[in-house]
Design a protein around this ligand. Sequence first.
Ligand code: HSE
Length: 423
Amino acid sequence: MANVAILGYGVVGSGVAEVIRRNAQAIKSRSGADINLLKILDIRDFPESPDRGLFTKNADEIFENEKIDIVVETIGGTGAAYEFVKRALKKGKHVVTSNKELVSSFGPQLLEMAEKMHVNFLFEACVGGGIPIIRPLNQCLAANEIAGISGILNGTTNYILTRMRREGTDFNVALKDAQLKGYAEADPTNDIDGYDTARKIAILSSIAYNEFVDAKKIHIEGIRGISHEDMQYADKMDCVIKLIGLSKKVEDKILAMVSPFLVSKSNPLASVENEFNAIMVKGNAVDELMFYGKGAGKMPTASAVTADIIEIARNEKRNGKKVWHVGDNDILLKPDDVELKFFVRLEVSDKLEAMNLASRIIGNISEVSLGDSEVKNEIAFITPVKKEKQFKVEIEKLAKNKAVKSVISKIRFLNGSLNLNGQ
Ligand code: HSE
């Protein structure tokens, strides 16, 4: 028997209550235990809720209640959520959370606290919503050295980019539509500027490499600057544009970054559309795996949270999850030292002169043209493979010339050593 309390009856918290209620029979047959929802903490009133008899506004009723074994945190943020999670762990209660901000900020401390108290701190729902990825990385792939992870980890941005590509809509129109559909929040910064993806790739990397990867220290670029014209050029190059979170072990360092990438249509990530997520993992024994599914939403996320509850009910002893080592040295590599290709668009006053200058400064570039719909005062090209820091110097030098008015776009290609499936 496992007695559960939920902190926060928002979208995910109410979803967890619903899954526990709806699937009680199936849960019992799988876990061999009754999962009882005993209390829900929320400052709001929910008189119409089927769970209305369980609400309390007094946290003591949960933390001082010895019957409650598992606390589910679905409040979000790092304020009250952090205090409550610490309090639950100190009281020897298992904790399950869907809060990626909390885990990516305080994962090492909370995992250590859970280890000391011989309880579980599980967070499957933090990455990929309903997609099982944390437990596969922690358990099923435990025999592997993980070489790299790359993925589409944010449903909102993937939905926006899909709309822009398919319907030729501008970024702002696609964003409004994502907000209307309930994917993007009123303040969409976390999603479209890449922070949500950064937290997710940081959590996955910390598990994969057993070394805490701080989301605040990784290179992050979002999708605000991507235009419909960029998408048209991408199509000409047999690519699509995706917001990718990736990390890779490079000797004893870790390259981790979030950025829009040009992804070849032959890469499985290219066909991940709308609000779906996909995560590719490369292990040295298993080789390449791809995990795919709904990365957000009430029920998919609640499915992952409830799976963690069942996991604890099945195995009340601590699961033996490794705590994340927090290194003294800066283990994170910046993209500056990565060798890659860029796609570049320049606004120019003289096309021929600008092309000549570009090939003189950048080297063996290949021009990309939109054909009939070609833009008058613009050139577009692909650079040869080179270190990013060298490319930055060259593009700056190029932009100083009179023939070049402005740099419209610079987008990285996901290929060479950055691409897990090697294309
Ligand atoms: N805003 C997130 C997304 C929700 O769009 O993927 C799940 O983390």
